[in-house]
Design a binder for this molecule. Structure first.
Ligand SMILES: C[S@@+](CC[C@H](N)C(=O)[O-])C[C@H]1O[C@@H](n2cnc3c(N)ncnc32)[C@H](O)[C@@H]1O
Length: 278
């Protein structure tokens, strides 16, 4: 049995994996994460009673499905277009390196807290999960020396990179987010892709988001930043950017994400963002 302390933030990684496991099992699922259930099962967090019926149509589940679908497809496209260096920041219990059909010469770096990375490596190894790409997960602090870990692992800033930042930016202050994006930008060759999900300004006024923010605050890890205009935001760093709201993407996919306010310009709740480095 794996020793894995479920701490505040790590528990969110487990919960996110549970959402992927439930979607993977449903009819007409938008993706398949065949390792999510395994990683949830051994995590020490008992989510066995949470079922598909309970989460269908719920905000957290539908949002996770939409963002996973977006990032999986965007990553597959980027790698098909020749970007074969991938960096996933705050990768949690995601297993894109194993579950997506990436070109075998891809190098996939991951950074998360060491406890999360160690747990994931251990469980996948114990269950003989074969990873076709060159997978290099490393423990590192995204508010600290993560770049050193990445560099030591062999990251090459001279070649185009596909970066994924999913479900993590809102834990950080605007200042930390700015530092993180600046570091990513400074280490991205032209043609790199930045695939990000982030909350919008509407999240600050919408009741459920505010409730989530205060729960996060009480748990000690905060809800500290949002982005009002993702295109302008990343363009300022040198990325040609396109963005779509979660709700718009959900509608295209035949899903609905329930919100308590009507979104509108400047009141968007969550964004799917793709930037290409100029
Ligand atoms: C909500 S989970 C999302 C995980 C993954 N991206 C996914 O969507 O399944 C947030 C992740 O961010 C990681 N994280 C938060 N703050 C971090 C930090 N300062 N350094 C490294 N990882 C961090 C947590 O350990 C956790 O795995």
């Amino acid at each position: 049995m794996s020793q894995f302390e479920v701490g505040n933030i790590s528990a969110t990684a487990v919960l996110t994996a549970k959402m992927r496991a439930l979607e993977s099992d449903c009819e007409g699922s938008l993706f398949s994460d065949q390792y999510a259930a395994l990683l949830v099962e051994h995590s020490g967090l008992n989510l066995r009673s949470l079922n598909l019926e309970q989460v269908t149509g719920q905000r957290l589940f539908e949002s996770n499905v939409v963002r996973t679908h977006f990032l999986d497809n965007a990553l597959l496209k980027a790698t098909a277009n020749g970007v074969h260096q991938v960096v996933i920041l705050g990768s949690g219990l995601d297993t894109r390196a194993a579950r997506l059909d990436l070109p075998t010469d891809c190098i996939v770096f991951e950074i998360d807290q060491l406890s999360v990375i160690s747990y994931k490596k251990q469980i996948l190894a114990e269950h003989d999960v074969y990873i076709d790409v060159d997978w290099r997960p490393r423990g590192g602090d995204l508010e600290g020396e993560w770049l050193r870990e990445l560099t030591t692992a062999g990251f090459d800033p001279q070649v185009p990179t596909a970066w994924i930042i999913e479900g993590v930016l809102f834990y950080f202050s605007d200042e930390t987010v700015a530092q993180l994006i600046q570091t990513v930008t400074d280490h991205s060759a032209a043609g790199s892709e930045l695939l990000v999900v982030h909350f919008g300004a509407g999240a600050l006024i919408e009741a459920q988001s505010r409730e989530m923010a205060s729960a996060a605050e009480n748990a000690g890890y905060g809800f500290k930043s949002t982005v009002a205009d993702p295109v302008q935001w990343l363009d300022g760093y040198g990325w040609d950017t396109e963005a779509e709201t979660f709700s718009s993407a959900a509608e295209r996919l035949g899903r609905t994400i329930p919100y308590d306010i009507e979104e509108g310009p400047g009141r968007e709740i969550a964004w799917l963002i793709r930037g290409v480095k100029r």
